[in-house]
Design a protein. Structure first.
Length: 328
C-alpha cells in the first residue's frame, strides 16, 4: 500500500480554500476551521513553547533569536543567542519553557556551536548557561534539536547522530539518542543506563510528544524510510543497522514508517486524540496512535513544528510563518 496519502477531492478543496480564502460569507458554514496565519516574514522558525500567560516563545534557527508572539500575533524579538553556528540544519533549534516558570523564570534552548550541539538554560534577556554539552554535530546535518518537558517533569531531547551512524549505537555518545535530564543537565533518576541516555539507535530525532502518557518520537531516515517510534527506556531503535522495520534481534521496530520522499518528519504534537507530525516534504500528517492517517495543509509547503497551545489551538510552524487551527 502506498504510504503517500491522498486526501479526497472534497476535503482537499475545503482545506485549500481555508488557507487562501478569507472568512466565509454569513450564508456559508465552513466544514472546518480555517488554518490562520498569525505571523510571517520569519527566518527559519523552528520551535515554539508557551509561557504561563499564554505568550508564545519561538526560535528562529538562522536568525539565532528567541521571540515572543502574543495572542494577537504581535512578534517581538527577545534576544539573540551568542555563539550559535548556522548550517543548513544547524543553528538555534529547540525551546522549552520550565514547567515551574512561574517561580524559576527559566527557559531551555538547544543550539549548535562550532564544536557541538548543547542544551542551555536562561532567564529571558540573560546569557545562557550550558547544562548539556558534547552532543555530536555533523559538518552540516543530523543535529536533532527538539526538547520537551515530559509529564514526569524531566527534560527530554532528541539528538542526531552527527553524520556518524556509529554514534547512534554507542551508549557513551550523546548522538542518535533520546536524552532525559534534570533541569541542571544531570541524568534523570531511573534512566536505564545511569546516564543521560534514555533510548538509542536513532538517526535524527526532531519530534517529541506524549499521548496517553506514552512518549512518541519522529526520526528522519537516510534514503529509505522515516519513522514514528514509541519510546521505551533502554530500547535500541536500530540505526544504522535498520532503517524502518527489520528483523534484527535486539532492535525495536517503529510504529510506522514512510518513504523519505514523502515525509522527512520534524516536530510532533498530540492534540485532540491525534498525532500531528510536521513534514519537511510539505504539509503535516494527522495520525492515529498506530501511525495511520494522511496529510493536511500541503499548500503550506515545509512544516517544521506542531505544538498544542494552551489556548486550545494547534500551532503549526513553517520556516517563514506561524499558523493556528483546530486540527481539522
Amino acid at each position: 500500500m502506498s504510504l503517500r496519502r491522498t486526501l479526497t477531492t472534497a476535503f482537499a478543496a475545503a482545506t485549500a480554500a481555508s488557507i487562501v480564502a478569507g472568512p466565509a460569507a454569513a450564508s456559508e458554514v465552513p466544514s472546518v476551521q480555517a488554518i490562520k496565519q498569525i505571523a510571517s516574514g520569519l527566518n527559519q522558525a523552528w520551535s515554539i513553547d508557551f509561557l504561563p500567560d499564554g505568550t508564545g516563545l519561538f526560535t528562529q534557527k538562522d536568525a539565532k533569536t528567541i521571540s515572543k508572539i502574543d495572542k494577537a500575533g504581535k512578534v517581538t524579538t527577545v534576544q539573540t543567542i551568542p555563539g550559535v553556528s548556522v548550517t543548513p540544519e544547524a543553528g538555534l533549534l529547540g525551546i522549552a519553557v520550565s514547567p515551574k516558570y512561574a517561580t524559576d523564570q527559566t527557559v531551555f534552548i538547544y543550539y549548535t556551536t562550532s564544536s557541538d550541539n548543547r542544551i542551555a538554560k536562561l532567564k529571558l534577556g540573560q546569557t545562557p548557561t550550558p547544562i548539556v554539552t558534547g552532543i555530536p554535530r555533523g559538518a552540516n546535518f543530523h543535529h536533532g534539536g527538539r526538547i520537551r518537558f515530559g509529564p514526569d517533569g524531566y527534560l527530554y531531547a532528541g539528538t542526531g547522530d552527527g553524520q556518524n551512524g556509529a554514534n547512534a549505537q554507542n551508549k557513551n555518545s550523546l548522538g542518535g539518542k533520546v536524552l532525559r535530564v534534570t533541569t541542571d543537565g544531570a541524568p534523570a533518576p531511573g534512566n536505564p543506563f545511569n546516564s543521560r541516555v534514555y533510548s538509542y539507535g536513532h538517526r535524527n530525532v526532531q519530534g517529541l510528544t506524549w499521548a496517553n502518557g506514552q512518549l512518541y518520537v519522529s526520526d528522519i531516515g537516510a534514503n529509505k524510510l522515516d519513522e514514528l517510534n514509541k519510546i521505551e527506556p533502554g530500547k535500541n531503535y536500530g540505526w544504522p543497522t535498520c532503517e524502518g522495520p527489520c528483523t534484527t534481534a535486539g532492535m525495536t521496530n517503529p510504529v510506522k514508517a514512510w518513504p523519505t520522499s514523502s515525509a522527512t518528519p520534524s516536530g510532533l504534537a498530540a492534540y485532540k486524540g491525534s498525532l500531528y507530525m510536521a513534514s519537511l516534504k510539505g504539509g503535516t500528517f494527522k495520525l492515529d496512535l498506530n501511525g495511520n492517517g494522511g496529510k493536511l495543509w500541503t499548500n503550506l509547503g515545509r512544516t517544521r513544528d506542531a505544538t498544542a497551545g494552551p489556548d486550545g489551538q494547534l500551532y503549526t510552524i513553517t520556516p517563514g510563518a506561524i499558523y493556528v487551527s483546530d486540527g481539522s
